[in-house]
Design a binder for this molecule. Structure first.
Ligand code: PRX
Length: 665
C-alpha cells in the first residue's frame, strides 16, 4: 500500500456494464495479418471500405478513394456523411451507457478521481457543444484549446467535433508567442482554456499566458475559461466567460439538444501544429472520416483491445498520440480510457505504477523517454505495486534503445506482456508500423511490420528504391507509396507547403523525414530524423525554430542548433551562439548570465520544451564561402567527435572549427 492510499476511495470498476463490442476486423493470428496485408495493398479502396462499414454513417460514401501524390489530393469515403462523436458516444449508449468512458486521475494523489460514463460524457459533450454555439461558434470555425489534462479538455475537443468546429489543441508547455502564432495561422476566433493547470509541483497560469498571447492578436471573439487551479485571473468584459456559468445557463434553460452536425467525410476535423525543418510550425489537417476509421482500426489491432480493458495512454492530448489513443481511437471502440493530469515523477517516481495498481490498468502506452527516466530511479519505486493487471505495453515517439526495452519488459511487463513499438507521426494520424500485441512478432528496438494498407519503401538520396541482396539489412529514407485513410490532407492555409514538405522530395511518394533499416524478414527499425528536426523527449522540435528564438535575444548575432545523444531525452539540444562584441570567454560568471538570458528568451518565444541543454558561446561558426553554416561539422562536434570531421577545406575560416572544439561543453 502506498502512503496516499488512506485518502483514496476504493475504485470500483463498472464491470457489470461491460457488454462485448465485437471488432470483426481485429486480426487474431500472424497468418490473418499476412493475408489481410496482402488484400489491403491489392485493393486499398475495397479493403478500407470494408472496414468503414463497421461505423455509423448518416449517408454512405459514393467513392471510397481518390488520390494522387502530385498535388497532393487524397479523398477517402467521398460523399459519406457522419459525425465522429456519434461514433465515439451515441452509438455506445444503448449497450454501454453506464460503462466508464473516461477515468480521470488528478495530479494530486489525494484528490478524488473522476469517472465519466458514456452517458455522462455524451451529456457533457452535448451541453458544451451548446455552450459553443451560444457563444457564436459555427461549423468550420477554428477553436484553439489550451488546457491541462482534465476531463473538460476531452469534453471541449469532442464538443467542437460535435458541431463541426475545427479544434486546434495547443500543448500547455507552449509559450504565449507560440499560441499567438498558431491563432494567427489558423485565424481562430475562439479559445477554450483554464485558469491554470497542475503539473507535478507546478501550477501553470494558462489564462495569463492566453492573455499575453492575445496582446498581439485581436481576432478573438470569445475565451471560455474553465476553473481548475483557482489561480486569480483577469476576465475581460465582453470577451471572457466562465465554463461553469455557461454550462449552467444551458442546463437551466434546458436548451441542450442532442445535436450533431452532419459532416462530410472529407471535412476537416482538427488542426495540430508540428515542427518541420523551417522556422514556422505547420498546421497538419486531418479529415473526419478517414481519421476516424484509421484511429479506431489501429487502436483495436495494435493493442488488441478487448471489451472491459482499461487503456492508459500517458501522452498529453496536446499531441497526436493523445488525440488518437486517449480520445478518438478508444472512444470510437467503446473502450475505457484513462486520462492522467500529472507527471510520472511526482510526487515520486512510482506514480505510473500506483495508477496501474489502483485502476487495474490492462494496456499501458508511454514514451521511451519516460521509461529511461524511470529506469534512472531504479526498482525501488516499483516495490509493492501490483502490476499484474497489465496485458499489453506500448511505446511511441522515438526509437527505443534495447536496454530500455528490456527494462520495460522485465520490470513492468514481468516478461508476460507483449510490447508494441509503434512508429507514426502527427501527419499519419495513427500507427503505421508496429507489431500487433501478441499476434505478430516483436523485436527489441524494431517497430517491425507495416499495418494493413501501409506500403513502405526505402530510397537513397536520389529517390531510387533500395532493395536487398539476399539476407542483408538495408538502410534508406523511409517513404510511403500510397495513402492510408488518416494521411494528412493539407497544411492549414498553405497547400503548397504540404506538397513541398512531404511530396516533393521524392516525386510520387510521401516522405516521412525518417531514416530506417529493413531486415531480411521485412522488419523496420527507425533510426531517426534525416532532416533538421530534433526529437527531444519524444517532442518534435525544428532546429530553425530554436535558432529563430535564440536570435531574438538582443545580444545574439547568429546561432546554429544541432542535436546530440542524450541518455534520457533521446536527443538534447546543443546551441552554438555568437554573442555580440565583448564577451570574455574567461569570465564564466558573465557567460552564465548570457546563457540564462538566452534560455529565458527561448522559453518566452517557444516554451520550456525547446530550451537548449547546452549553449556554447563562440566567436564564429563554420561556414562555406557562400555563407552556409556547415551543420554537419557542428553535429559531429556536439556528438563528441574529435577527429573525422569530414572535409573542412571548403570553409571560409577553418580555424573556427579548432576554437569550437576547444570550447566544447
Ligand atoms: O522520428 C519519428 C519519431 O517521431 C516522429 C514523429 O513525431 P510526432 O509527429 O511528434 O509524433 C510522435 C507520436 C506519434 C517520427 O517522424 N517516432 C515516432 N514513433 C517512433 C519514432 N521513432 C522511432 N520509433 C517509434 N516508435
Amino acid at each position: 500500500m502506498n502512503s496516499y492510499s488512506f485518502f483514496i476511495l476504493p475504485f470500483v470498476p463498472l464491470t457489470s456494464y461491460r457488454i462485448a463490442m465485437s471488432y470483426p476486423y481485429q486480426i487474431k493470428s500472424f497468418e490473418v495479418y499476412q493475408s489481410t496485408y496482402q488484400q489491403s495493398i491489392e485493393d486499398p479502396a475495397g479493403f478500407w471500405a470494408g472496414i468503414a462499414e463497421h461505423f455509423t454513417w448518416r449517408k454512405k460514401w459514393h467513392t471510397a478513394l481518390e488520390w494522387n501524390f502530385t498535388e497532393p489530393n487524397v479523398k477517402w469515403f467521398q460523399g459519406g456523411k457522419m459525425n465522429i462523436t456519434e461514433n465515439c458516444l451515441d452509438r455506445h449508449l444503448a449497450e454501454r451507457g453506464e460503462q466508464a468512458a473516461i477515468i480521470w486521475e488528478p495530479n494530486q494523489p489525494n484528490e478524488a478521481a473522476r469517472t465519466l460514463t458514456y452517458r455522462e460524457l455524451h451529456e457533457q459533450v452535448c451541453q458544451f457543444a451548446q455552450v459553443l454555439r451560444n457563444n457564436g461558434v459555427r461549423k468550420g470555425d477554428r477553436v484553439c484549446i489550451y488546457m491541462g489534462m482534465i476531463p473538460e479538455l476531452a469534453i471541449a475537443v469532442l464538443a467542437c467535433a460535435r458541431i463541426g468546429a475545427i479544434h486546434s489543441v495547443v500543448f500547455g508547455g507552449f509559450s504565449a508567442q507560440s499560441i499567438s502564432d498558431r491563432l494567427q495561422d489558423a485565424q481562430a476566433a475562439f479559445i477554450v482554456t483554464c485558469d491554470g493547470a497542475f503539473r507535478g509541483a507546478k501550477d501553470i497560469p494558462l489564462k495569463n499566458i492566453i492573455d499575453d498571447a492575445l496582446i498581439g492578436y485581436d481576432g478573438i471573439e470569445r475565451v471560455i475559461v474553465c476553473a481548475r487551479t483557482n489561480t486569480p485571473v483577469s476576465m475581460l468584459k465582453g470577451r471572457d466567460v466562465w465554463w461553469e456559468e455557461e454550462m449552467n445557463k444551458v442546463a437551466e434553460s434546458g436548451t441542450t439538444v442532442n445535436f450533431a452536425e452532419e459532416m462530410d467525410a472529407e471535412d476537416p476535423l482538427f488542426i495540430l501544429y508540428t515542427s518541420g525543418s523551417t522556422g514556422k510550425p505547420k498546421g497538419v489537417v486531418h479529415a473526419c472520416g478517414g481519421y476516424m476509421v484509421y484511429a479506431n482500426y489501429t487502436f483495436v489491432n495494435v493493442f488488441q483491445y478487448q471489451t472491459g480493458q482499461i487503456h492508459f495512454c500517458t501522452a498529453d492530448i496536446g499531441w497526436i498520440t493523445g488525440h488518437s489513443y486517449i480520445l478518438y481511437g478508444p472512444l470510437s471502440a467503446g473502450a475505457t480510457t484513462l486520462m492522467f493530469e500529472g507527471i510520472p515523477t511526482w510526487p515520486d517516481a512510482g506514480r505510473f505504477w500506483d495508477i496501474i495498481d489502483k485502476y487495474r490498468v490492462n494496456i499501458f502506452y508511454t514514451a521511451p523517454t519516460a521509461i529511461r527516466s524511470l529506469m534512472g530511479f531504479g526498482k525501488e519505486p516499483l516495490q509493492g505495486k501490483d502490476l499484474s493487471s497489465l496485458q499489453v505495453l506500448g511505446t511511441v515517439g522515438e526509437p527505443i534503445n534495447e536496454e530500455a526495452w528490456h527494462w520495460y519488459d522485465e520490470n513492468v511487463g514481468k516478461k508476460k506482456c507483449p510490447i508494441v513499438d509503434t512508429w507514426w507521426q502527427t501527419e499519419t494520424g495513427g500507427c503505421l508500423i508496429s507489431n500487433l500485441a501478441g499476434i505478430t512478432p516483436a523485436k527489441p528496438s524494431w517497430a517491425t511490420l507495416p499495418l494493413p494498407g501501409v506500403q513502405l519503401l526505402l530510397v537513397d538520396e536520389n529517390g531510387n528504391e533500395k532493395t536487398a541482396v539476399g539476407d542483408e539489412t538495408i538502410a534508406g529514407n523511409l517513404c510511403i507509396k500510397a495513402p492510408w485513410p488518416s494521411i494528412l490532407r493539407t497544411t492549414y492555409g498553405d497547400h503548397e507547403r504540404c506538397r513541398q514538405n512531404y511530396f516533393a522530395t521524392y516525386p510520387g511518394l510521401y516522405f516521412t523525414g525518417d531514416g530506417a533499416l529493413r531486415d531480411k524478414d521485412g522488419f523496420y527499425r527507425i533510426t531517426g530524423r534525416v532532416d533538421d528536426v530534433l526529437n527531444v523527449s519524444g517532442h518534435r522540435i525544428g532546429t530553425a525554430e530554436v535558432e529563430n528564438a535564440i536570435n531574438m535575444h538582443a545580444g545574439v548575432v547568429e546561432s546554429a542548433v544541432v542535436g546530440f545523444p542524450h541518455a534520457i531525452k533521446g536527443q538534447g539540444i546543443y546551441a552554438f551562439v555568437i554573442y555580440q562584441g565583448s564577451h570574455d570567454p574567461h569570465a564564466h560568471g558573465s557567460d552564465d548570465l548570457i546563457r540564462n538570458d538566452i534560455l529565458q528568451t527561448v522559453t518566452r518565444v517557444i516554451g520550456p520544451i525547446a530550451k537548449p541543454d547546452k549553449i556554447q558561446l563562440v566567436s564564429g561558426l563554420p561556414k562555406t564561402r557562400s555563407g552556409k553554416i556547415m551543420r554537419r561539422i557542428l553535429r559531429k562536434i556536439a556528438e563528441g567527435e574529435t577527429e573525422n570531421l569530414g572535409d573542412t577545406t571548403t570553409l571560409l575560416d577553418p580555424g573556427v572549427v579548432e576554437e569550437i572544439m576547444k570550447g566544447k561543453l
